[in-house]
Design a protein around this ligand. Structure first.
Ligand SMILES: O=P(O)(O)OC[C@H]1O[C@H](O[C@H]2O[C@H](CO)[C@@H](O)[C@H](O)[C@H]2O)[C@H](O)[C@@H](O)[C@@H]1O
Length: 248
């Protein structure tokens, strides 16, 4: 139960907005591909991007290529794969700042998926380049076996496991939504503004913490327990209503 108040309307000329996607802008769905994007979401984001003089970025665990397939080629500034890749300019290329998983680690990750999906067909893998996701939303009973299998991976000092909504992910250490916010805030279009990070999952806590440390604040969605969050919104529908209210 989150007892934080709803966020006010911040002054747009002083605000930088960082938005998580799954569970924040759009409702969670059974698979990554079955997410439904409300038709008014992209126009809303584009209007806000303009109203904020460009100081709006998507900060997601998804790849930017996947975000573009989901949302269309918006050209919006984005950090993908938990800060493993960035798109800064509307027409700019995607820059990867962390390496891809080594082939040996990818092979071992796929071997876990192959083995467990024979028993639980809902277990699925998602190769994201600088990260790898193990999904179990369609097979929640596989979670303990998956957790155990992933714990046997030799990750060395360069890679780590994080968990989110019905997902485990391998990502590079040092790669986080917090690091993404800090990097984006050095760009002229964001610098000097108060960062506001909106997110719903454990992986968003780093982004919320970074925003608070940079003089801004975090908005916790769907009961996310984030110590550094100042405000809360119930669900993606409430997030979208709040975003619309910023344009009033
Ligand atoms: O940081 P986000 O934008 O919230 O992305 C986090 C992960 O989102 C996707 O997985 C999650 O959403 C799926 C669709 O609702 C759901 O089926 C799955 O259980 C969730 O974990 C995406 O597939 C991942 O790569 C992202 O890391």
């Amino acid at each position: 139960m989150n007892l934080l108040p709803a966020p006010p309307r911040p002054p747009l000329q002083r605000t930088a907005l960082f938005l998580d996607v799954d569970g924040t802008l759009v409702e969670l769905a059974p698979t990554p591909e079955s997410v439904v994007v409300p038709p008014d979401l992209v126009p809303l984001l584009q209007k806000l991007h303009t109203a904020l003089d460009g100081a709006l970025a998507i900060v997601s665990g998804r790849t930017i290529a996947t975000l573009d397939r989901m949302l269309g080629a918006t050209g919006l500034p984005a950090a993908g794969v938990h800060g493993g890749e960035f798109r800064i300019d509307p027409d700019g290329a995607v820059t990867e700042v962390t390496p891809h998983l080594p082939a040996s680690l990818q092979d071992r990750a796929w071997a876990i998926i192959d083995e467990l999906s024979r028993r639980w067909p809902g277990v699925r893998g998602e190769d994201k380049g600088p990260a790898f996701s193990f999904h179990y939303r369609l097979a929640p009973e596989a979670e303990p076996a998956l957790r155990q299998a992933i714990a046997t991976l030799d990750l060395g000092s360069d890679w780590e496991i994080l968990s989110g909504h019905a997902i485990f992910e391998i990502r590079s250490r040092g790669q986080s939504k917090g690091a993404a916010v800090r990097r984006l805030m050095t760009l002229p279009v964001f610098a000097g503004r108060d960062p506001l990070f909106v997110g719903d999952d454990r992986t968003d806590i780093d982004g919320i913490r970074a925003a608070a440390a940079l003089g801004g604040a975090g908005i916790a969605v769907n009961g996310l327990q984030a110590e550094d969050a100042r405000w809360a919104l119930r669900d993606p529908q409430a997030v979208r209503a709040w975003l619309r209210s910023l344009l009033d």
